[in-house]
Design a protein around this ligand. Structure first.
Ligand SMILES: Nc1ncnc2c1ncn2[C@@H]1O[C@H](COP(=O)(O)OP(=O)(O)OP(=O)(O)O)[C@@H](O)[C@H]1O
Length: 285
């Protein structure tokens, strides 16, 4: 469903962010991208929805060629490719429901979303999305008043409200404590399985990649250096990807296992004020 053919990204300063990437990601796969800082994980993920324009090769999502220069094609593509970020990117001063309704703007006419006119069907979809991530009871709370895990769930619900075929997640749990990180990834995993949505997720910690992904792609210096089913991503394989020995920090984020049954429970502690409300800026090669 997502195909990279000899894809390069060269940033304006001449730095090669992606170097001859060839990948096929099937519909409904849950893929974790791992690699050390600077390996090119974000660049790879952002190339898929044109946030980072690729400079050579061909990248397709379904039947659509990603064309970073064609704004209207890009808008159409992004209506099917949702993205979540490390800092949630909710609008903190408005309600959870209104944050989720923003996801509907991908599928409603621009003039309607500009004046905030969402119909009954939009609201129905927004509530269903909140239900999927277990926070429907927070619909009328201010987004900024929620815990970090709940805020990331709002972001997931917003993406679900746009009825995506693909979800891209750029370090979605890096700001969360380990048990909450597991619950949020568990939500994503369940959604991917229930709805058959393709998920591509950047992660720093191997235990999370191994526990939640079907497939692991290892990157180094803008190249894919490992690509295989999760069970093949042994410590030795990952050491090869990292070109060094693994540390405890690489592997583990948590020593209290959270079962899949616990995932719908909502026990996030604390609040995370001031989550980034601004849109993630495009990176412009
Ligand atoms: N706009 C840019 N201009 C020039 N170089 C960039 C730009 N954005 C990223 N890079 C470089 O491209 C390389 C890959 O960056 P990228 O953010 O994709 O890595 P990453 O694996 O996601 O790292 P991290 O885990 O630290 O987020 C890095 O060396 C980075 O410095």
């Amino acid at each position: 469903m997502i195909t990279f053919e000899n894809v390069d990204v060269v940033y304006p300063n001449g730095f090669k962010g992606l170097d001859n990437i060839n990948l096929n990601i099937s519909k409904g796969e849950f893929v974790a991208i791992i690699g050390l800082s600077g390996a090119g994980k974000s660049t790879l993920i952002r190339a898929v929805n044109g946030l980072v324009p690729y400079t050579d090769g061909a990248l397709t999502v379904g039947e659509t060629l990603v064309d970073p220069r064609n704004k209207s094609k890009l808008r159409k593509l992004r209506s099917k490719v949702g993205m979540i970020f490390q800092q949630f990117n909710n609008v903190g001063r408005i309600s959870v429901l209104n944050n989720v309704l923003i996801g509907r703007s991908a599928v409603t006419p621009t003039w309607r979303s500009l004046i905030g006119w969402y119909g009954a069907e939009d609201k129905e979809v927004a509530f269903q999305s909140l239900e999927r991530v277990g926070i429907v009871d927070k619909a009328y709370n201010r987004a900024s008043a929620l815990s970090g895990g709940q805020q990331q769930r709002v972001a997931i619900a917003r993406v679900l409200a746009q009825d995506p075929e693909v979800i891209l997640a750029d370090e979605p749990v890096a700001s969360l404590d380990p048990p909450t990180a597991r619950k949020v990834l568990g939500d994503l995993r369940r959604i991917q399985q229930d709805l058959g949505i393709t998920c591509i997720v950047n992660m720093h910690h191997l235990d999370l990649a191994r526990d939640y992904a079907d497939r692991i792609i290892g990157m180094r210096a803008g190249k894919v250096v490992f690509d295989g089913p999760t069970e093949e991503a042994t410590d030795a394989v990952i050491e090869e990807v990292y070109q060094r020995s693994l540390t405890a920090e690489d592997i583990a984020t948590v020593n209290v296992p959270v079962s899949l049954e616990d995932l719908s429970e909502d026990s996030d502690e604390g609040t995370l004020e001031g989550a980034a409300a601004s849109a993630e800026p495009d990176r412009k090669p």
